[in-house]
Design a protein. Structure first.
Length: 269
């Protein structure tokens, strides 16, 4: 059994991850921690996750539970995630990171840190989204420059980063498909007299409202027709289930930075 520690264990995502870890064959929910000022400290992680008492109490730091597990799952906030990754690398603990909003500098540091521990990092752990990444790149390559590419993402009003990490990854994938660099052609805001759309640009637009879990649509708009690829998350369980799969997969892997493509066997597709 692979023993798993959950960061941000008392949050909405942390509770669902804990639930899915408990359900996943081969995994044992061994520990969880929260901020030192969390009102949930000392509570049973199993009860918070809705699986009944497990005798695993929410701790106030990674250090307090570090020796209880082999893999740490983190879906918290980019600054907290990077601080934890540094500690995990030093402690030789594997990690699964689903935190969004990581910067290019964060990812570069994470790649360097992964020399010391195995880590799965993805902006979206859902199986369907990772299949969407691959399909979007292939469709972009097949349709080529004759079709304008636009991406629209929608999330709940509490989401802090925009565009979503998933939308940015979709932008990178379709840009690869048409041999462009998203950093050069990405357009993230339109307002006023902006002139005609350029042939090379890839638009990524953001919607925030209510309790939308997550929706992403890639538009391929050509002359006289339009193709759309859409993924809609009905609950956070998709992300939590993917994180549990990644935790089971990464245990015992060689040091290095991996993605959900590795976990799902999609790397060569």
């Amino acid at each position: 059994m692979t023993k798993v520690i959950v960061a941000g264990a008392a949050g909405r995502m942390g509770r669902r991850i804990s639930y899915m870890v408990h359900q996943q064959t081969g995994l044992n929910l061994a520990g969880g921690f929260e901020r030192p000022d969390s009102p949930e400290l000392g509570k049973d992680l199993g009860e918070l996750a809705g699986v009944g008492a497990l005798g695993v109490l929410v701790a106030d730091s990674f250090e307090a539970v570090m020796n209880q597990g082999e893999v740490v799952i983190d879906f918290t906030f980019h600054e907290a995630t990077m601080a934890l990754a540094r500690k995990a690398a030093q402690a030789k603990k594997a990690m699964v990171i689903g935190t969004t909003g990581l910067t290019a500098d964060n990812l570069a540091e994470l790649k360097e840190l992964s020399r010391n521990f195995p880590c799965v990092q993805s902006p979206n752990m859902a199986v369907g989204v990772n299949v969407l990444f691959k399909i979007a790149r292939k469709m972009a390559a097949l349709l080529g420059d004759a079709y304008d590419i636009e991406i629209v993402e929608a999330h709940h009003r509490m989401k802090k980063d925009a565009p979503s990490g998933t939308a940015l990854k979709l932008g990178e994938m379709v840009a690869e498909g048409v041999h462009r660099n998203l950093a050069e052609v990405g357009v993230y805001s339109r307002h006023g007299m902006i002139g005609e759309r350029t042939d090379q640009e890839i638009g990524i637009q953001t919607i925030r409202g209510g309790d939308i879990v997550g929706e992403h649509t890639v538009y391929f708009a050509g002359a006289g027709e339009r193709l759309e690829l859409t993924h809609r998350a009905h609950s956070r369980d998709n992300f939590a289930r993917g994180a549990a799969l990644a935790a089971a997969w990464v245990a015992g892997k060689p040091n290095g930075l991996y993605t959900m493509f590795d976990v799902l066997g999609l790397q060569d597709i």
